[in-house]
Each structure stands twice: as structure tokens, then as C-alpha cells.
Write a protein that binds this ligand. Structure first.
Ligand SMILES: [Zn+2]
Length: 303
């Protein structure tokens, strides 16, 4: 199995900042130890970003001239390194989506899931919307039109909804904590608001119902799965109460259903803010393992 990363492109953060910069390199190590091939993502050209995002916003990002309000909403300080990393994070999702389509199966980026970036806004630690850019580019490059986004990060996917909810060939599903960021929502095709404290069983039932609704409407050739680690009970920014086992069952359910529906699946990480970053890495590493299990039975050697 092959996955993509951009973990070596770090950026300056103030001491004690909650952005989990270390999870990416720790996850790369875990994946390599498990025998997964990890490739480094290339930065996407600005033209690919311009096909999706407001050119004036991109100009402010490129030149470091975000307004004070934009800078506050982004929540991480601008730096040239941050911009380079952001372009590589999108590049990883594009590469993983391409790999999934070309191999009729699954691809994964050990990053991405930056779902709070919309057409003309970059906020909540999200500079560019990797999923929207990858979909746009795969439509141009591979002719894949119909898409489905299954967003299981604990926060609502407002940026993705801004970019894709009105797209008739893309169904956007977001399953998230009702009382959590972002507090002003942009509606997805289907938003599932879960009460604080929802645990494994309630979550998995709601997810199953949502997939029953979304998958037939999506009719997707290409699906994106945002496997956020932040629904975990110990997460500092989540308000749900899933266990690591519940999150594993979530991954299995989503991957089984999407693969049964015949979609190529691109998996991305999204958030994860455990006190001890190793808990977040455990959850993401379990997603990598779930993806590997779903890849192998369909690998060419096994046919
Ligand atoms: Zn999140």
C-alpha cells in the first residue's frame, strides 16, 4: 500500500499551540514500521488552487497579507513555510485521489482534510480545501464527475459545504458535534448534528443512517473520507465520546460501504487534538491499517 505525506515541511508555531504538528511525522513512522510505502507529496501549482479558491484570497496567502481578522480566524501564524506545507498537503490528497482512481481502489494522504477552507476564506487551521481541489483536478484529469464527501471530523465541514454543496454531482455529508466549531454553519447536503457525549453506539447508528441516505444519492465514482481523530473522548477540541474501538468500527463501516458501492476512495486525516499526541496517532494509524486491509484483497497480485 502507498500513502502520501508532507510531514517534513514544518512551520513556526508559538509554544503550547494546539496544532498537532508532530502527529504527521509520528504517523509516518508508524506507517513505515507497518510496511506501508510513504511518498512525499509535491506542492500543487497555484493554478490548481485558483480553479477553486478566490484569487484575491490566494494572493493574500501567497504574499502574507491576510487581514488581522483573517489571521485570527486561521488560528496559526502565517509564514512562507506554512504556505509551502499547505500546497504539499493538497498535493498529497491529489496524489492519493489519483492513485485510488487509477488502481480502482483506495488512496490515502497522511494529512489533508482541511475542511474549514472555503472559496474565499481560510480559517480553523485550514489554508486550502484539499478535497475540493483534488476533486476539481480529478474531474479535469481523469474525467471522474460524481463524488461523495464523508466528513467524520468532529467539526462541521463548512468550507467543503461552501465549495461543493451546490455542486449537483457532489454529495456532501458531515457528521459532527452539534455544539462545536464552526458556530456559523454553511449547510452540507446532509448535516448530522450529534449531541455532546454521543458514544460509540449512537455515533455508529447515526453514521449508518447517514450513509444509507448519502451513498445512493452520491452515485459516486470518487469518494473522499475525512477520518478525523477528534470524535475521540479524550480530544481537547471534540465533545463526543467515542472510544478508539468505536473509531475503528467507524473506519470499517465507511470503507466497507464506499467500496461496496464501487467508489474509488481517497482517505484524508483531518483533525485530532488529544492531550498526548500519541493517542491521536494511534487513531490515525488504525485508519491506515483499515485502509490497508481494504486494499489488499483487491490488489492485482491477488486477482
Ligand atoms: Zn476537527
Amino acid at each position: 500500500m502507498t500513502v502520501w505525506t508532507h510531514d517534513r515541511w514544518r512551520f513556526p508555531l508559538p509554544d503550547g499551540h494546539r496544532f498537532p504538528i508532530d502527529k504527521y511525522s509520528l504517523l509516518r513512522e508508524r506507517a513505515e514500521t507497518a510496511g506501508v510505502e510513504v511518498r512525499e507529496a509535491e506542492p500543487v501549482p497555484w493554478a490548481w488552487l485558483e480553479a477553486v479558491h478566490d484569487p484575491a484570497l490566494l494572493d493574500r496567502i501567497r504574499t502574507g497579507t491576510l487581514t488581522v481578522r483573517e489571521q485570527r480566524g486561521l488560528g496559526i501564524p502565517w509564514s512562507p513555510e506554512l504556505v509551502e506545507r499547505g500546497r504539499r498537503s493538497v498535493g498529497g490528497t491529489v496524489a492519493a485521489a489519483r492513485f485510488a482512481l487509477e488502481n480502482g481502489g483506495l488512496g490515502m494522504n497522511l494529512g489533508g482534510g482541511t475542511h474549514h477552507a472555503g472559496r474565499a476564506f481560510a480559517r480553523g487551521y485550514c489554508l486550502f480545501n484539499d478535497v475540493a481541489v483534488a476533486l476539481d483536478h480529478m474531474r479535469a484529469e481523469a474525467g471522474a464527475r460524481r463524488a461523495l464527501v464523508v466528513d467524520c471530523d468532529v467539526h462541521q465541514g463548512d468550507g467543503t459545504a461552501d465549495l461543493l454543496a451546490a455542486d449537483p454531482d457532489c454529495f456532501t455529508l458531515s457528521l459532527h458535534g452539534a455544539r462545536n466549531y464552526p458556530f456559523q454553519r454553511i449547510a452540507s447536503d446532509l448535516d448530522v448534528d450529534l449531541p455532546s457525549g454521543t458514544g460509540d453506539e449512537g455515533y455508529l447508528e447515526a453514521l449508518e443512517r447517514a450513509l444509507d441516505h448519502a451513498i445512493p444519492r452520491g452515485g459516486a465514482e470518487l469518494a473522499f473520507y475525512l477520518a478525523g481523530a477528534d470524535p475521540w473522548h479524550g480530544d481537547r477540541l471534540g465533545r463526543l465520546a467515542l472510544t478508539k474501538d468505536g473509531l475503528r468500527r467507524r473506519d470499517e463501516l465507511v470503507l466497507d460501504r464506499l467500496r461496496d458501492a464501487g467508489a474509488a476512495v481517497c482517505v484524508v486525516l483531518a483533525g485530532g487534538y488529544a492531550e498526548d499526541v500519541r493517542d491521536t496517532v494511534d487513531i490515525h494509524a488504525a485508519t491506515v491499517a483499515a485502509v490497508a486491509r481494504h486494499v489488499e484483497p483487491r490488489a492485482p497480485a491477488a486477482r
